[in-house]
Design a binder for this molecule. Structure first.
Ligand SMILES: [Zn+2]
Length: 117
């Protein structure tokens, strides 16, 4: 990789509430969603999202943004349960497309500091 080409791609994600409305205990509504591109999370206007559900989903988002091995469970598994054990909501993570970013625009750490090459 040259210093003029420090681009990399990440998957854009959509996280959507799925499930039977009768089994949902929290304020989720089927079809509620948010999108993730790079470091940014976008909610539709006038739609909220449970912070407890978000806390359960957040650890998986950076992994789902990155290309994973075809045999990796992170590639195939896409549904997360609500952390409330009485709530039937599930949250489906879908890879919707890819966005291109530049290393030099996302960090001040130089590429020469890469530790896994
Ligand atoms: Zn819930």
């Amino acid at each position: 990789m040259t210093s003029n080409n420090d681009e990399f791609e990440l998957w854009d994600l959509r996280v959507e509430v799925i499930g039977d409305q009768q089994t949902m205990v929290c304020s989720h509504k089927a079809g509620d969603h948010f999108e993730v591109s790079g470091e940014n999370l976008k909610l539709p206007p006038n739609q909220s999202f449970s912070i407890y559900a978000l806390a359960a989903i957040l650890p998986l988002l950076p992994a789902k943004q990155r290309q994973t091995h075809g045999n990796d469970w992170m590639t195939t598994d896409a549904e997360i349960a609500c952390p409330d054990p009485h709530c039937g909501a599930r949250f489906r993570i879908t890879r919707t497309g890819k966005s291109t970013f530049r290393h030099s625009e996302t960090t001040v750490v130089p590429l020469s500091c890469a530790t896994d090459e």
